[in-house]
Write a protein that binds this ligand. Structure first.
Ligand code: SAM
Length: 323
């Protein structure tokens, strides 16, 4: 059921392009530093983003890592200025790759946040199944979300993001609580390893953008780190996902994007969200199970006894001495 605030946001069909605290939804067509300059101090409850990784995607120019980090530091400092004292910043990043060697961006960005006095609360591992197939290292199948707060007194709502327990009816079997349920009936803390499908070609949310957030990933952050009516900022908005997640839950959303085709995509998707027509993967849907989905290709034709892949199921003893 939608709350009063959520209904109000859907009735307000205007997607503004200039920021004002009296707006609810803003897509700023331009550089995030220009947008940030127009924001009063301590306005946002959550800054959530995935910046360019400096790996030469179509929307970025590959820079020397030091230059890239200086640019990031400037933007992060402005985000911190615009963040409320109870607010959070979530920076979602992967690896910078230099001639085949990886540098996990969170490890080099951490100091920028901590030097600004922010405190890290979680380093969330976002695990997904699809991506590039590497031949000289293991294929990368996770990225991270580093979550920082501005103070010790920060918003954290666990109940809206609890997930089902593995053994929901489990009870204490001894001691003073014997016979009572040992788990929280609202579900368990989702932990810091999140398995959420990434947006690749078969994903229902896929657009022409090369690296979209899945909406459900940001919904979890919006629900846990903000309250209704709060402002959420994404300085690198892309296709508008962070604003969509904010609007869906009765928060206000603002983002900046420099590339016209993505600005158009973001506005279009946000409008679909307002109209209730945007198709997204639901937050509580389990990750794809081919058997449950009725997929006929659940057994590979080459999985016959004696094939190379079947060897992986044999007892290790058959390979030799290794344990
Ligand atoms: C990794 S993508 C973010 C995608 C986004 N999370 C989504 O769900 O669609 C980074 C985006 O930042 C944009 N961008 C790069 N530099 C920018 C800047 N200085 N200000 C605003 N946007 C920028 C790029 O065009 C790109 O769309």
């Amino acid at each position: 059921m939608k709350t009063k605030n959520q209904t109000l946001f859907r009735q307000n069909h205007k997607v503004a392009d200039v920021f004002s605290l009296s707006e609810s939804i803003v897509v700023y067509p331009g550089d995030c530093l220009d947008l940030l300059k127009s924001i009063p101090d301590e306005s946002f409850q959550l800054v959530v983003t995935s910046p360019p990784y400096n790996i030469g995607k179509e929307y970025e120019k590959k820079l020397h890592l030091d230059v890239y980090l200086k640019q990031q530091a400037q933007i992060i400092a402005e985000c911190v200025r615009a963040l409320s004292p109870e607010g959070s910043i979530c920076w979602q990043v992967g690896n910078y790759v230099d001639r085949g060697a990886i540098i996990p961006l969170d490890t080099v960005l951490y100091h920028i946040f901590s030097n600004l006095g922010l405190r890290m609360r979680n380093r969330i591992i976002w695990h997904f199944e699809h991506g590039l197939h590497c031949s000289r290292r293991f294929s990368g199948r996770y990225e991270t979300i580093i979550w920082f707060t501005k103070s010790e007194d920060y918003v954290f709502n666990l109940d809206p993001v609890r997930v089902p327990q593995k053994y929901p009816g489990k009870k204490y079997f001894k001691g003073p609580k014997a016979g009572q349920y040992s788990c929280n009936p609202l579900g368990k803390n989702p932990g810091d390893l999140w398995v959420v499908p990434n947006v690749k070609s078969n994903h229902i949310e896929k657009t022409k953008h090369p690296c979209q957030f899945p909406v459900e990933l940001i919904e979890r952050l919006v629900l846990s780190l903000t309250n209704e009516g709060d402002w959420v900022l994404d300085p690198f908005l892309g296709t508008g996902t962070s604003v969509i997640a904010a609007v869906r839950h009765g928060r206000r959303g603002v983002g900046a994007e420099t590339v016209q085709k993505y600005i158009d995509l973001a506005r279009d998707r946000i409008q679909q969200e307002i109209d209730g027509t945007l198709l997204t993967r639901p937050m509580d849907r389990p990750v794809y199970d081919p058997v449950e989905a009725g997929n006929s290709l659940t057994v590979a034709p080459w999985d016959k006894k004696g094939s190379e892949q079947m060897r992986l199921f044999e007892k290790r003893a058959k390979y030799g001495k290794g344990r």
